[in-house]
Write a protein that binds this ligand. Structure first.
Ligand code: ADP
Length: 543
């Protein structure tokens, strides 16, 4: 082999912020803070504060490789932690505050966090769990001295930064050095840690911006509703300074009305989140009879958005919907639904049809489908199989978890996603269902996503989920659990009639159950596990 004669400078995250600070000096981070104010700061100022934070972290004894926990909303201090910790070669371990207490205690101990930074919202949570966290962990409240919660040994974020130099001599790091740690929400079994590197985060930021048809441009104002504790807010805190977009951070205010007002006031052009939060925004848009002032685009990921949601955003409000598919283990995006210029010019109904799938893979994410017999399934748009992925933004193992790692990869090092999928020969990805959510009825498979899509299109349905529950004769049968739209009169028979148009009779749910609220996981998705547990005996008892 003949090596190229090129400089081998490592990909480093601090350079992303340095780049944003120099090249996009007018871009900013706007944050709804727990102090109750709205704070603005340029990337240039952010870089100075990141340097101050780095000095403070070193003074607290932080060394390369140390794990530092955060329990925080989306805001400028959280962004500062991302960059300062990574810049020092340490690891920012973002903790999902919605995790059950036992899982949170498990991951803080498993990660061995030496410091834990938390937003004041979470002061009671931290106080309650401290006895279960490692003895050596120290705690920093992410606020100023005036708002410091009670607690003798609490450190104060703003006090730590005060008087520190605004420059830091960032060390040269190997691009494979770890920079961030995120645990899966552990819907089954204990949470598993995905340990990202500078290289993987930077490549993901590059691939996802390059392959998403200009979804981010200099001057855009981007609102990540997706939390920074969920796979680095899908990489937006890295992608925004790279492209010159501003970050509009909603803090704890994630309801439809607050998001709408923030989008209006801050001239938000694009927003990212899971389907559940968009339901709240849609309700607010209906209430006000308009979209937020300059909003152009909504990116939906984390679970399949119902086709009716895409339709409402596009048709009723003229917004461009982009769907993304990915997972914690993929840093996180694997595919995005982008249209060509010609496709984007099609009439709305045709455009929506093209968007009702998980889009095309990002560069760098290789995909293969494996059938029940272990053989590769053709990518012909017809056959489905379990989706396996490989590439520089995919984990190669779980953090300190040999058992989980041994189960999740095949002999060639591909990661099993647990998703059943079809891929067309021109690269369109259709997630059929999570393997564990597919319903096996009398030897035939039924996709819960397909049934949900149809149910969600029924006007009286606000939110819904389809689960498979044990059945004495058919093994499993689908059950439809529905939340009715406020004020709507939900007629179960009419709903099933509506669904009959799209499915064979045997595929339709055996029963419709109306509830006030669906259970959600820590990442805001409908928790089908909880529903399956709740209704496990529903059909067997009935027979
Ligand atoms: P968790 O398992 O804790 O929910 P992730 O947030 O990493 O963790 O979820 C990844 C999974 O979410 C994927 O494997 C897939 O099943 C589902 N998912 C994500 N995006 C989509 C999408 N656009 N359509 C369908 N399913 C999706």
């Amino acid at each position: 082999m003949l090596n190229g004669l090129m400089m081998n400078t490592p990909l480093s995250l601090i350079e992303v912020l340095e780049y944003g600070a120099q090249v996009h000096p007018h871009a900013e981070i706007v944050s709804v803070r727990t102090e109750g104010d709205l704070h603005r700061q340029s990337y240039r100022r952010t870089l100075q504060r990141v340097a101050q934070l780095a000095h403070a972290l070193v003074a607290l004894g932080v060394r390369p490789g140390d794990r530092i926990g955060t329990l925080a909303w989306n805001g400028h201090r959280h962004v500062e932690l991302y960059y300062a910790i990574a810049g020092l070669g340490a690891v920012c371990h973002t903790i999902n505050p919605r995790l059950p207490a036992d899982q949170m205690a498990y991951i803080v101990n498993h990660a061995g966090d030496s410091l834990l930074f938390f937003d004041t919202t979470f002061a009671p949570l931290v106080a309650g769990l401290r006895a279960d966290f490692p003895a050596h962990t120290r705690y920093v409240a992410m606020t100023d001295f005036a708002h410091l919660p009670d607690g003798d040994d609490l450190l104060c974020y703003e006090t730590l930064l005060q008087g520190q130099p605004e420059h830091y001599p960032w060390p040269d790091l190997d691009e494979n050095a770890a920079c961030a740690l995120c645990y899966t929400s552990g819907t089954t079994g204990v949470p598993k840690g995905a340990l990202y590197s500078h290289r993987s985060c930077l490549l993901q930021a590059l691939f996802s911006t390059v392959c998403s048809n200009g979804v981010m441009k200099a001057g855009d104002r981007l609102l990540p509703v997706v939390p920074m504790f969920h796979v680095n807010a899908w990489g937006l805190p890295y992608a925004a300074p790279l492209t010159g977009g501003s970050l509009i951070m909603p803090g704890p205010a994630l309801d439809g009305a607050s998001l709408f007002a923030l989008m209006d006031n801050e001239q938000v052009t694009g927003a990212w989140g899971v389907p559940t939060v968009w339901m709240g925004l849609l309700a607010e848009m209906d209430q006000q009879g308009r979209k937020p002032a300059v909003l152009e685009r909504v990116v939906i990921g984390g679970s399949a958005p119902p086709a009716s949601m895409i339709t409402r955003f596009e048709k009723d409000y003229g917004l461009d919907v982009m769907q993304g598919w990915g997972m914690t283990e993929m840093n996180p995006t694997g595919s995005m639904s982008i249209l060509t210029r010609e496709e984007a010019a099609l009439p709305v109904q045709e455009r929506i049809k093209l968007k009702n799938n998980q889009g095309r893979r990002l560069f760098g994410v290789r995909m293969k489908l494996i059938g029940d017999d272990g053989a590769t399934v053709p990518q012909d748009g017809q056959a489905s199989g379990e989706l396996y992925v490989k590439g520089p933004t995919v984990i190669s193992a779980y953090y300190n978890n040999d058992e989980a790692s041994a189960k999740s990869f095949d002999d060639d090092g591909w990661l099993a996603t647990g998703d059943m999928a079809r891929i067309t020969d021109d690269g369109l990805l259709f997630i059929v269902d999570r393997a564990k959510d597919l319903i096996k009825s009398g030897g035939e498979w039924i996709s819960s996503i397909d049934l949900e899509n149809l149910a969600a299109a029924y006007p009286a349905v606000q939110e819904c989920a389809v689960i498979g529950v044990p059945h004495p004769k058919w093994d499993e049968r689908p059950l439809l659990v529905v939340v009715a739209r406020p004020g709507a009169n939900l007629d179960k028979t009419a709903l099933l009639e509506h669904m009959a148009g799209g499915f064979a009779r045997w595929q339709l749910p055996d029963e419709v159950i109306v509830v006030d609220e669906l259970p959600h996981t820590a990442t805001g998705k409908v928790s089908k596990l909880t529903l399956r547990e709740t209704y496990a005996r529903h059909l067997s008892d009935a027979h």
